[in-house]
Design a protein around this ligand. Sequence first.
Ligand SMILES: [Zn+2]
Length: 259
Amino acid sequence: MRTYSATAISLVVHKYRGTRRLAVFFSRERGKVEAVARGVGKPGSKLASLVEPLTLSKLSLAKGRELDHLTEGEVVNPFYGLRSDMRRFGYASYIAELTARATEPGLPMPRLFDALQASLEALEDEATPEIITWGFALQLLEQLGVGPVLEQCANCGRSLTGQLCYSPSVGGLICADCRPGESGVLDISGMTAGLLRCMATFPIDRLARLSCPPTSREEISQLVRRHIEYHLDFTSKSERFLREIEASDNPLQDGDEQG
Ligand SMILES: [Zn+2]
């Protein structure tokens, strides 16, 4: 049997035939890897800690006819800081779910892997996890080639000044002259536009130092969510939980929910 090794972060794990589990990893070497781990449901399993979502490990895997098998491995970072705090855990779970849904098996994306690892590290002790989360999401979209246009008007290409807006179908920020008449257009301030450009390009560990007022935070969260929904056709299982966290954090959002 052909074997290979991978440095990987467990994203999602599903029950699979008795005590087996089907784990979805994102690896530095091979992008998304889906593998079966035997005996994880039994007490004392050596593989259980490796498939636990949000764990960074060095893995050994064996090629299977349909699915690969996890044979052994060593935990490098279990990100304990995420597990002691429901907010951080909620945002980290969203990031993991988004990565699992948006990426393809066997397509290496080492820059995205590094951004994922840096995001989980930053979330472990970050007071405003939404900036890390939406920053990671923007970088993921960018690397998949479907990022929002942020540098100039997505419609006419002119530089962005004054009151801007965003429309998912146009695919980015829009100048005042090109503002579409359709519903679902989101108002975006010049300050938010600047923050979005930083978040899409800065190394993740620098995002923790960005100062972001609550109004911009709300605009960013709405823009990134709508862009992901429209361009990746992705609605998250962690989303509801995330919205509850945000509503309790951010009194500005009261009464402004969209389904
Ligand atoms: Zn324009």
